[in-house]
Design a protein around this ligand. Structure first.
Ligand code: PBG
Length: 423
């Protein structure tokens, strides 16, 4: 159920709030201090239960003082331990942390971290096709047709409070090249998709990916020299053109609200900031892939976009999974170059790095629960090895606990539905 404003704009925040309010209201009717109100309630309750109130408060108190307390339910018997349970003297503990976990209400009261759909960014794959085509390695994910499937999926996400998406295009081979020039075609797939989405949902937050790999005939994030070297500064030049194309595609305002360079070239955040500012897009944000590791967990994503590197790996630009301190260098570079949000990727195997960024920087931190993390849970759940709902929500909660403010996750729509109380 979506709330529609005139003009057909869904208001996910409202839907979310109303759903929450409905469940919160049930739990918390605070007593009013007004004595007249109290008397009414007492007599109403008495009328409902058929009990006649005949004695005054003073008479009731006197009865108790004189040793005639009214009847209350009997004290229940002590629950029995199973036969054979050893008889022990209670341990003399100065603290028993289990006391604060003993009921659902106490556990809810003391929960330090909570998830809401507003914390999620939903990555969406788009293609030129008119049909949505399933992605084998990512059950439940599709390459969405940019005209219809994409618009429908975003509608569903907003309906449960997910109002942020990031777009990943599957580019036809014939448009790929060594220098990835299709990346800044103003009528390319991503600019067209942004125009459709901004027309339908003006308040949707659109993130775009800035990197050459979907457009590169080599499947690398940058331009590849004859000897296999990924060229840094020349790639940054292309990335600036790509970022400007992604924001200038919507005339009324900026197209993309946030550009996110995922390429790991040196100096790209500062160069993109300058390019955006020079083009007049001072309000467009940059979410930097700050600590992006050369990870095996990107496998399913590369199948989805058919963007596997044609040779070699991405280790000369993405970080070594064994490194922690090195993330600090990237933090300082991205901060000083003007990043607005810092990202760690992947998420679950790198919770320590998320915590490092959280403690080092005052900027918002995002974490990317990548394709392989998603597919692992899906695969285990489909074999009956894991409870999918519990595993997904736990993984997201833990990523947030580690220090992420927002999480990019393919499970965003499903998780938001669960958080809204759907089964
Ligand atoms: C490419 C890019 C990748 C992902 C996001 N942007 C793949 C890669 O670096 O090879 C991976 C996301 C995922 O696995 O879900 N610039």
């Amino acid at each position: 159920m979506a709330l529609l404003l005139p003009g057909g704009i869904a208001t996910p925040g409202l839907v979310w709030k109303q759903r929450r309010r409905a469940s919160i209201c049930k739990a918390s009717a605070a007593p009013s201090p007004d004595p007249a109100w109290r008397t009414n309630v007492v007599s109403e309750r008495a009328a409902r239960s058929g009990v006649e109130i005949s004695r005054s408060i003073e008479e009731c108190e006197a009865a108790v003082v004189s040793g005639n307390p009214p009847e209350a339910p009997p004290v229940p018997a002590k629950p029995k331990a199973p036969q054979g349970t050893p008889l022990v003297t209670p341990l003399r503990l100065s603290s028993r942390p289990r006391r604060n976990r003993k009921s659902a209400a106490l556990r809810a009261a003391f929960q330090e971290t909570t998830l809401t759909p507003a914390n999620f960014i939903l990555p969406l794959f788009i293609h030129e096709g008119e049909q949505d085509s399933p992605i084998g390695a990512m059950p439940g994910c599709f390459r969405l047709g940019w005209k219809h499937g994409l618009v429908d999926e975003v509608y569903k996400a907003r309906d449960v409070g997910v109002n942020s998406v990031v777009l990943f295009p599957k580019i036809p081979d014939a448009l790929k090249s060594a220098t990835g020039d299709e990346a800044y075609n103003p009528n390319g797939l991503v600019p067209r998709a942004i125009r459709i989405l901004k027309d339908k949902y003006p308040d949707l937050v659109i993130y775009t990916d800035v990197a050459l790999d979907p457009y590169s005939s080599d499947g690398h994030d940058g331009i590849v020299r004859e000897d296999g070297v990924i060229m840094n500064d020349e790639t940054v030049h292309q990335l600036c053109k790509q970022a400007v194309a992604q924001v200038s595609c919507y005339q009324a305002e900026a197209g993309a609200d946030v550009v996110s360079p995922s390429d790991m070239m040196d100096g790209r955040v500062g160069a993109i900031r300058t390019a955006l500012d020079e083009a007049g897009y001072h309000d467009v944000s940059i979410m930097a892939y700050t600590a992006k590791y050369a990870s095996a967990f990107y496998g399913p994503f590369r199948e989805a976009l058919d963007s596997n590197p044609r040779f070699g790996d991405k280790k000369t630009y993405q970080m070594n999974p064994g490194n922690y301190r090195e993330a600090l260098l990237e933090v300082h570079a991205d901060e000083s170059e003007g990043a607005d949000i810092l990202m760690v990727k992947p998420a679950m195997p790198y919770l320590d790095v998320i915590r490092l960024l959280r403690d080092t920087s005052a900027l918002p931190i995002s974490a990317y629960q990548v394709s392989g993390e998603y597919s692992m849970i899906k695969a285990a759940a489909s074999q009956g090895m894991l409870d999918e709902k519990k595993a997904v929500l736990e993984s997201l909660l833990c990523i947030k606990r580690a220090g992420a403010d927002v999480i990019l996750t393919y499970a965003a729509l499903q998780a938001a539905r669960w958080l809204c109380g759907e089964k």
